[in-house]
Design a protein around this ligand. Sequence first.
Ligand code: SF4
Length: 393
Amino acid sequence: MSRTTADSCPGILRLHQAADGPLARIRVPGGQLTPTQIQALAEAAHRLGDGNIELTSRGNVQLRRVRDTGALADLLGDAGLLPSRTHERVRNIIASPLSGRIGPHPDIRPLVTALDTGLLGSPQLAGLPGRVLFTLDDGRGDTSALHPDIGIHGLGDDRFALLLAGRDSGVRVSATEVVDTVLAAAHGFLEIGSGHWRLQEIDGGTERLTARLGRSPGTERLEFTDPAGPPIGWLPQDDGLVALGAGVRLGSLPARTAEFLAAIERPILLTPWRSLIVADLGEAAAEQVVRVLAPMGLLFDADSPWLRITACAGRPGCAKSHTDIRADAATAVETGRTTAAATAEADAVSAAAIVTAGRQHWSGCDRHCGRPAGPVTEVTATPAGYRVVSPID
Ligand code: SF4
């Protein structure tokens, strides 16, 4: 299938006209935010948006009901969140969030910077569709299952597997070749793309791209599975400091909470599971962060039922939604109806009658936007009421 229109992914300069108003998406390569940047996002959400920062499944953020696009670009530009007016929508880079801090894997953070710099430095790559996704997995297997168009996966011994169209291509590269290879693959995508938004959509895309790279794939093919969940709670770093993994209810971070995060003056890492990590804390500081931010709604308990539930935008943000899906999902969690022993399958039922278990995704219509990969219970609003099906892969 060839696309006849350009992708419509929003950015800071090109907003999406959602049902509740203009929506801006801000790319955060590798999910890495400085305290200044999280403060700028908080200020933007408070002063120019609806008061919340939405976390996305690509480790980016969104602001809804944006009132002044010029002021938004100035504010975020001053914080370094808009380094290019031409390339902002192509900087979709997910990296292993804990890389370089926890575990024996190679530190992937310099590769995030180098890849972002390479993307920004190529005028041609401004033409990539905003849907194209890059992943940099240090080898722990947390991001390679996210179906990147182009990705790398650490193998140890200074070798990386090249992922194309969501799968291991069989090509192996050294650490020094990673960034040039990924950038060459991005250029190759532009040459064979002919209007497609994803490499996965192109017939024989992996084989054609591999040939353009002049690489001969080996016979080994790695398989990737989704991680069990986001890193949550107390995470001892290799250097003796502590990282705190925090869940965010339905991926919506209030600006006031973000201001408190900025005040900690530590790196904030956004994850592709709509959670965040506060890194590089001393033990006393980490305890203080939990004492202050848990009452504000951040989730430091890996058993919290909020961590197993996701929801699309629903009303009022999406005109296609049959209901305010997020309000119904939140009520289900708060009234203890999402922790049953087993899901009660149902059709055309009211929100109050839903009883579910395990990972679940609530959708305002059958498009299931934002549905996480892997087996989940699907709770879907229809014109006749809710349909509950569990679990489907
Ligand atoms: S799943 Fe339907 S209601 Fe929800 S955001 Fe997507 S289109 Fe809108």
